[in-house]
Design a protein around this ligand. Structure first.
Ligand code: PEP
Length: 261
């Protein structure tokens, strides 16, 4: 990987206050690795934990750990009558610096479509957050030879309007084939590389030379055992990790694969 990698953990609806022990272990190991110059680590816990985790991550960062806290979703509006939702401003206020939008579980469970994902990504930027925009095909779409078209359409319709020079620090795109999430299955390395190559072309077509600096993450059953192979593929600039991010030891094994130690 040429650019600085991002290893992002998505805890989904897992974790209670006592899970801070896992975060502390991640923070301690990151501090020991003194890896600040080489890859960024992000943990996206449930919203209930963002505030406390962000305080811990800030202390860790003071000790050299490249650790930040993200949210798993945000509403597109700044405030208002949206019971149970959280605005991007709220998660930023709680200490998050990034937010995942368009995860396939949100698309499936809450009927989120590309235009909504795009407005959430725009809300993230409005609040000063970076957005990780998730895209990925269903298995039937891959079987029908439509994977690339689906992903490129999602990218075209889910990314927010943003100036090219702002894009590399404000957005990342995560390719997460839906059939690979939580299943233990992954595309072949050459399929991942082919998709990321197409995504890179889409980024440079849209953002010019800045598009080459936008981080493209792979997500879907990334584990310690396959991380090194996936993270060294061309145009794979990090990973979005679900199940394996819940245990500090597994998350850090994936992080270490990203920095080649
Ligand atoms: C995810 O949900 O973003 C994900 C990649 O999950 P898993 O790593 O468990 O497949």
């Amino acid at each position: 990987m040429v650019m600085r990698a991002l290893i992002a953990g998505n805890w989904k609806m897992n974790g209670l206050a006592n899970s801070a022990a896992e975060l502390d272990q991640i923070a301690a190991e990151l501090g020991q690795l003194r890896a600040s110059a080489r890859a960024d680590a992000l943990i996206c816990p449930p919203a209930t934990l963002i505030f406390g985790f962000a305080e811990r991550a800030r202390s860790a960062a003071e000790n050299g750990a490249p650790l930040a806290i993200g949210a798993q979703d945000c509403h597109f509006a700044e405030r208002g009558a949206h019971t149970g939702d959280l605005s991007a401003e709220m998660v930023a206020d709680a200490g998050a610096t990034m937010v995942i939008v368009g995860h396939s579980e949100r698309r499936a469970d809450h009927g989120e479509r590309d235009d909504l994902v795009r407005s959430k990504a725009a809300a993230a930027l409005r609040a000063g957050l970076s957005a990780i925009v998730c895209v990925g095909e269903h298995e039937a779409e891959r079987d029908a030879g439509q994977a690339e078209a689906v992903v490129l359409r999602q990218i075209a319709e889910s990314l927010p309007d943003i100036a090219a020079d702002e894009a590399p620090k404000s957005i990342a795109v995560a390719y997460e084939p839906v059939w690979a999430i939580g299943t233990g299955r992954t595309p072949t390395p050459s399929d991942i590389e082919a998709m990321h190559g197409k995504m890179r072309e889409a980024m440079t077509a849209r953002f010019g030379s800045a598009g080459a600096q936008i981080r493209l993450l792979y997500g879907g059953s990334v584990k310690p055992a396959n991380a090194a192979e996936i993270l060294t593929l061309r145009d794979v600039n990090g990973a979005l990790v679900g199940g394996a991010s819940l245990k500090a030891a597994d998350f850090m094994a994936i992080y270490r694969a990203a920095i080649g130690t």
